[in-house]
Design a binder for this molecule. Structure first.
Ligand code: FE2
Length: 304
């Protein structure tokens, strides 16, 4: 075995043993002036996980062979220091099964609620609570608003300094769990610190989770998107009469990055849990879908 490889492997083993944690894979940072890759966005697993949904989402994601996966938070049910360790341990087989690509986690309010759960998140996942990474010429910033509704001063400072240091990267993605931007943006208010920063540094996309609902709002050229549920329950929303048009459907998102062009293909689960609809996210705005949501095989005219 090559000396450098052996040495880095040994360092990794030592780090893993000392930390006592289960580490998600991280690829060495890829830098290239050109972008040509795919990644997957996976939504909330909790609250009230539906394990059969989460498992199906990951199976589909895996069959698409993404270069990496970004998950938007709320993996464990959490909220209990006594149960948290066992809940993270339940996730280890999945991390192991899909260890052939990196999985970048975002801390959600179900994952972190105090210092102890923060330490456990870092130990179990090998991810910090906030961090950034590059893939080819693209830049990703993962922020922590697990314990705050919006982003704290500290998080905004980290974001601004990070974007300043990576201003030449393109495209740029900012991810945080809580979707606190929905209310002000829908009310026509763009006077929020996050928006000022992402606009200034040319961020194309802000991504969140938390609401178990697909949402997409574009303001000043910045697209904000909430990835809906990839396993967290939506029973309450269904009872209220919300459905596909309101973004209430199980899904994951396949992202194509080619140069500075980014395309998000939203894939709804099918079978018992949905109708398997796929659509380009740009066909959805704050008023919902701009396409025929029924079966195109029934509503469309045959092309003959
Ligand atoms: Fe949440």
């Amino acid at each position: 075995m090559h000396q450098t490889v052996r040495s880095s492997l040994a360092k990794w083993l030592v780090a893993a043993v000392f930390a006592g944690g289960f580490f998600l894979r991280t690829l060495p940072s890829q830098t290239s002036s050109r972008n040509d890759f795919h990644f997957s966005l996976v939504g909330d697993r909790t609250g009230d996980a539906q394990p059969q949904i989460w498992g199906r989402v990951w199976r589909e994601v895996d069959l698409l062979h993404p270069d990496f996966v970004v998950q938007v938070g709320d993996i464990i049910q959490g909220g209990s220091d006594e149960k948290a360790e066992a809940q993270w341990a339940e996730m280890r087989p999945l991390w192991k099964q899909y260890s052939h690509y990196p999985i970048y986690l975002t801390p959600g309010n179900h994952d972190i609620w105090n210092k102890k759960s923060e330490d456990l998140f870092v130990k179990e996942t090998g991810r910090q609570t906030h961090y950034s990474f590059n893939y080819q010429n693209a830049h990703f910033v993962i922020l922590d608003n697990s314990r705050t509704r919006d982003l704290s001063e500290e998080q905004l400072k980290f974001l601004e300094e990070d974007l300043k240091a990576n201003k030449d990267k393109n495209p740029k993605f900012v991810v945080c769990h809580r979707d606190y931007w929905i209310t002000p943006l829908k009310a026509g208010n763009t006077d929020i610190p996050l928006h000022k920063i992402v606009k200034q540094y040319g961020v194309q996309q802000v991504i969140s989770g938390h609401g178990h609902r697909f949402v997409r709002i574009v303001r000043d050229g910045v697209a904000y998107m909430e990835v809906g549920s990839s396993g967290g329950t939506m029973i309450g929303k269904w009872k209220n009469g919300d459905g596909f048009r309101q973004g209430v459907f199980y899904h994951h998102i396949w992202v194509r990055v080619n140069g500075d062009k980014v395309q998000f293909t939203v894939r709804e689960l099918d079978g018992q849990f949905g109708q398997g609809r796929m659509f380009d996210a740009s066909q959805w705005d704050e008023n919902g879908p701009h396409f025929e949501i029924g079966d195109p095989g029934i509503s469309g005219k045959p092309m003959t």
